[in-house]
Structures are given as structure tokens and as C-alpha cells.
Write a protein that binds this ligand. Structure first.
Ligand SMILES: [Zn+2]
Length: 277
């Protein structure tokens, strides 16, 4: 089974030192990781990672949280990264819901922006999509792909099912958003990376939790959900848990969903200069 993590942040300082081990979860069937830069500060580490690992698809962008801290030269610098890294995609960019408690109608915001900037004949990913089912057809017409992560799990399952069922099968993607978006799954089924609790959060060096997993061999489910200890972060191998959950809601096999989402991602990421061809 081949899997394609359409959105993650392996350059995140909280897990950067573990990246070689995390990427070695390739044996679990993750062929590609789209590693999204979030600010000028991490573009270089995304680029270096892409040069070191054939499985890393680099992506450069400015996450909405980091827009206020961009430098005056940010756009020139960004263009230089794209010129020197022809295999790169654009991201993470976009809008953020509920910033500092300000209420906005997020669905309307997305659709307006997509209409204004789009259509996107080469495709665009709506990562960790949690918008309404009603908006899906129009967004799909504009060229959107809908990527699902562990963020889907807290959504009421009837609502999540209704949403998934209207997504065209040629537009569905899977992602982990690691190290964020740890899926709400039974602890025994999860892969986690854990911070050193003795260090302040900004200095945490993470170690893979020896009690849980030392490789990618998912054990039998521990049936009762357990409380996750603090400081645990999402491991990209949890793409398997996202796959299992989304396939169950769609009432299709994990094999079928893996194949469909993989070929969608390959199609989307097959542009000139891409590693995914
Ligand atoms: Zn992200």
C-alpha cells in the first residue's frame, strides 16, 4: 500500500532533530511527504530536507500566523526559493479561522477568495478541510482538492460522513499535518513523538516515546481510548489512522482509499520539475 502525506511540517523545530527517523517510516508505505514551510525562518530547512530526501516534496509559504512577522523582502526571497528549487510547490498559505477570537464566516471567506483568485486548473489543496459539505461542489469546480487529517476526528461522525461523501473521488487527499493534529485514536494505535517534560516548551527536544512504538508496525488495537499524556505530538505514520478513519466513513476499503488518494496526489504534484513524476 502506497501513501502520500499531502501536508505536514517535518521542519517544525519541535521535531526537526527527529526528522531522519520520522522519514524512515517510509517502510510503513509513505512514499512522499509534502513539507510545508510556514515562514521565512524555516524555508531553508525545508529546502535542505528536500535535497537530502527524495521523498520530501518541498513547499514554501507563509502561514497566516506568521504574516505579521514577515520581512520587507519576503516576496523577493520567496521567489528566489522557487527559482532555486524547481520541485517546490506553494504553501502553506491561506486564511485562519478564529484568529484571536474574532468571529468571521469562514466558509464565505474561503469561497470568496477562491472565486476571486481562481479557478485553479492545476489544482489547489484545501488542507485539513473542515468546511461545509454544501460548498464542496463549487470549490471542486474551481479546481480544489480536499485533504483530510486527524482534525476531522473530533467532528461529529454523521457530519464528517456527509462531507466526505460529496467530495469527488478524484479530489480526495490524506495528510497528517504532523507534528500537529494528533488523531483522536486509541493510544495503542497511535504513533507519537514526545517532548522532554523537563525542558521549557521552546527548548524541547523530542524523543520518540519508547513505550509506544519503535517502528511502524501497528499493533493490535487497544480497545479503550486512553488519555494522552501532555506534550505528545503527531508522527507522520499516523497517516494510517487517518486512512482507516476516512475509509470507514466512506464505507470503502483502506486499500481502495489509499490507491485513490495516492493517485490524486501524484496527479496534483506532477508539475514541471516535480519529484513526483
Ligand atoms: Zn500546516
Amino acid at each position: 500500500m502506497k501513501l502520500f502525506d499531502a501536508h505536514c511540517h517535518l521542519q517544525d523545530p519541535r521535531i526537526l532533530s527527529l526528522t531522519p527517523r520520522l522519514i524512515n517510516t517510509l517502510e510503513s508505505g509513505i512514499d512522499y511527504f509534502v513539507v510545508n514551510g510556514v515562514s521565512e525562518k524555516d524555508w531553508d530547512s525545508v529546502k535542505q530536507m528536500s535535497e537530502s530526501y527524495p521523498s520530501v516534496v518541498p513547499s514554501f509559504g507563509v502561514h497566516p500566523w506568521f504574516v505579521p512577522e514577515r520581512t520587507a523582502d519576503w516576496f523577493t526571497v520567496l521567489k528566489q526559493y522557487f527559482e532555486s528549487t524547481p520541485c517546490a510547490a506553494v504553501g502553506e498559505i491561506g486564511l485562519d479561522k478564529g484568529f484571536r477570537g474574532k468571529e468571521t464566516d469562514f466558509d464565505v471567506q474561503i469561497l470568496d477568495v477562491m472565486k476571486e483568485v481562481g479557478p485553479f486548473p492545476d489544482g489547489v489543496i484545501l488542507h485539513s478541510y473542515l468546511g461545509s459539505a454544501e460548498m464542496v461542489p463549487e470549490l471542486a469546480r474551481l479546481g480544489a482538492y480536499f485533504s483530510f487529517s486527524g482534525h476531522l476526528m473530533p467532528m461529529e461522525s454523521q457530519k464528517a460522513r456527509k462531507l466526505l461523501k460529496v467530495v469527488p473521488s478524484d479530489r480526495i487527499l490524506l495528510e497528517t499535518d504532523a507534528p500537529d493534529a494528533l488523531p483522536k485514536f486509541n493510544l495503542g494505535d497511535l504513533y507519537v513523538v514526545e517532548g522532554d517534560p523537563s525542558l521549557p516548551p521552546e527548548l524541547q527536544t523530542l524523543e520518540e516515546n519508547p513505550h509506544l512504538r519503535d517502528n511502524c508496525d501497528i499493533s493490535e488495537a487497544e480497545n479503550e481510548a486512553q488519555e494522552l499524556p501532555k506534550g505528545m505530538l503527531n508522527h507522520p505514520a499516523n497517516i494510517h489512522n487517518v486512512l482507516t478513519y476516512v475509509a470507514s466513513l466512506l464505507e470503502i476499503s483502506t486499500e481502495e482509499l489509499a490507491e485513490t488518494s495516492y493517485s490524486n496526489a501524484v496527479r496534483l504534484f506532477s508539475y514541471e520539475g516535480s519529484k513526483v513524476l
